[in-house]
Design a protein around this ligand. Structure first.
Ligand code: BTN
Length: 251
């Protein structure tokens, strides 16, 4: 029996839903979803690992094969930000207050609940598609290692009760695909207000590292292209497209 209007390919155990989607992208269609109970080699941003041993959490990748003239029409970083907004909306329906830490981590009271890793597939010069991989700490118990150090949290940890994984996944997919067509035409600008509603860092001091530079400043704004604008101590403004942001103040 089909219980979802989305094409969800469910694996009990897999290396990584992103890796599987990338390696098999030609056999999948636009908007197909790869879901795993457990990942043995979950991938995180900046070459980190995403520990994926709890089958009560959510690990999934969305395959997107948009038609466009130029690859730059839909920057990958912006689709990742769209996914962050949609996941934050789904979480906030449980009466909690998720924050987006630029560009796309989702935190609750400073602890991470969701990470997103988007990747792109090419064959030669031909674009095959995007893979938007999302990991959400859904029903992981507060005693599990990842949560003990308080760097991470789960929805269960916040609510005190577990939520149905399939219902939650379908809710996120519904939110994502209800805005995706509009987003494809209009870009990040069309979701900027919604992004800012989950972004409590305006006016806050932050540090951003991107592997090349180490930058510090006060957050001025999120630009129309989704980049982070900071004001440095010398008064100059810097527009940052990629990086990892940290803020020493609890927001
Ligand atoms: C991050 O470092 O914050 C991003 C983590 C992304 C994890 C998800 S889980 C589903 C998908 N498959 C992977 O291997 N990684 C992403």
């Amino acid at each position: 029996m089909k219980t979802s209007k989305f094409n969800i390919y469910h694996f009990e155990k897999i290396e990584s839903t992103n890796l599987h989607a990338l390696q098999n992208i030609k056999t999948y269609s636009d908007k197909d979803i790869i879901l795993a109970d457990i990942q043995t080699a979950g991938r995180g941003r900046l070459e980190r690992k995403w520990i994926s041993t709890s089958s009560e959490n959510l690990y999934f990748s969305i395959i997107l094969k948009p038609e466009f003239e130029k690859i730059s029409e839909i920057p990958l970083v912006n689709i990742t930000q769209l996914m962050a907004v949609c996941t934050a909306q789904a979480l906030s329906e449980y009466k909690i207050s998720p924050h987006i830490k630029w560009p796309n981590d989702i935190l609750i009271s400073g602890a991470k609940i969701c990470g997103i890793l988007s990747e792109i597939s090419f064959t030669g010069n031909n674009f095959d598609g995007f893979v938007i991989g999302t990991g959400i700490n859904l029903n992981m118990s507060p005693s599990q290692d990842e949560l003990v150090d308080k760097a991470a949290t789960s929805l269960y940890n916040e609510l005190g009760y577990k939520v149905d994984r399939n219902i939650f996944l379908n809710r996120i997919l519904h939110i994502f695909f209800s805005v995706y067509s509009d987003f494809k035409r209009k870009g990040f600008h069309s979701i900027k207000d919604r992004y800012l509603a989950y972004f409590p860092y305006l006016g806050k001091p932050v540090r951003v590292i991107n592997g090349i530079e180490d930058m510090e400043g006060i957050v001025k704004d999120i630009a129309d292209d989704g980049s982070l604008i900071i004001e440095k101590s010398d008064g100059s403004e810097k527009n940052i497209i990629l990086g990892d942001m940290t803020c020493s103040i609890q927001v």
